[in-house]
Design a binder for this molecule. Structure first.
Ligand SMILES: Nc1ncnc2c1ncn2[C@@H]1O[C@H](COP(=O)(O)OP(=O)(O)OP(=O)(O)O)[C@@H](O)[C@H]1O
Ligand SMILES: [Mg+2]
Length: 288
């Protein structure tokens, strides 16, 4: 397991009238190389949970392990290592761009890691390609870029640290549909090509279904489910109770199945739907 929490509890504002339990006894295990979607209603604890993975927040109680090491053991070396092993892209990361050029912004993390100039340049170029920005951007000020480009530059800065785990908190928030698809497909390619672990926090079940292999469902500070995408979608009514919905396309196929059409109920994306309908028309029928 690349990341593991054991009975993780976190309270904000302890001892004040605003004390709030944001995580309550959360035990999750994340497999190396997995693509995990994290979903849950507003305030369910998603951002608080991921902030524990690179030691930004210290558990009120419970443990956090990164790459097998308890990061809050007395010696702080494990916390420092966790900062490099787990790269966190916060919501609206473009607000954190501050260098004079895009190059320097992307190079900031690798420089802090003490890498050679040559290695830093290599990392900047590779991550620029991953996010789909052109080389012309490098000498520009980050403030000359469009909103979507700024977002990509900020993501490239975290990718350039080559973290074992890339965690993104709502990376597509506020972008138009084309910008969303572009960012998400870039992240999907990054996951495929590097084999690193990816965690995607999102409000959209559609986005998670199209990208993740497994899903963590957060509900009121607790982890309600952590299972593969098909296993989670089997619990549609439980999800509905907490205000979450399975993808619309899945709903359509469950209805078609109920009406007697020989189609699978486990359809999560429009591409899957197209394949299923074509195979049905050819007389193939349901896959399950
Ligand atoms: N800095 C803070 N001080 C006090 N309470 C906080 C703080 N940050 C978050 N909280 C509270 O902790 C709970 C969990 O918040 P968190 O931000 O982890 O939720 P989230 O699932 O990421 O929500 P969203 O989908 O809106 O981003 C919420 O009730 C929130 O109000
Ligand atoms: Mg959040």
């Amino acid at each position: 397991m690349i990341i593991k929490t054991e009975h993780l509890t976190y309270k904000y504002g302890i001892g004040t009238p605003f004390e709030k339990t944001a995580l309550d006894d959360v035990s999750v295990s994340i497999k190396e190389g997995d693509y995990v979607g994290v979903i849950g209603h507003t305030g369910s604890g998603k951002s608080t949970l991921i902030s524990h993975f690179n030691a930004i927040l210290k558990p009120t109680s419970g443990k956090v392990f990164v790459d097998g090491q308890d990061i809050w053991q007395d010696d702080k070396t494990e916390r420092i290592k966790a900062r490099f092993k787990v790269g966190l892209v916060f919501q609206y990361p473009e607000h954190q761009l501050f260098e004079d050029t895009v190059y320097n912004d992307i190079a900031f993390g690798p420089k802090n890691m003490g890498l050679s100039g040559e290695e830093i340049e290599k990392r900047v170029m590779t991550s620029l390609e991953f996010v789909g920005l052109s080389k012309d951007c490098l000498e520009k000020s980050p403030f000359e870029l469009s909103g979507g480009q700024k977002r990509r530059a900020a993501i490239a800065g975290v990718m350039a640290m080559s973290p074992k785990v890339l965690v993104l908190d709502e990376p597509a928030a506020g972008l138009d549909p084309r910008g969303r698809d572009e960012i998400l497909s870039r992240i999907r390619d990054y996951h495929k090509e590097t084999g690193s672990t990816v965690l995607l926090v999102s409000h959209s079940m559609e986005d998670i279904a199209e990208n993740a292999n497994s899903i963590i469902v957060m509900n009121r500070a607790a982890c309600m489910m952590h299972a593969s995408v098909p296993e989670v979608f089997e619990h549609a009514s439980q999800l509905e109770k907490i205000g979450l919905d399975i993808p619309q396309i899945t709903r359509v196929f469950i209805s078609l199945h109920k009406l007697g059409y020989p189609v699978s109920q486990n359809i999560y994306t429009v591409d899957d739907a197209e394949r299923e309908i074509l195979s049905c028309l050819k007389g193939g029928g349901a896959r399950d």
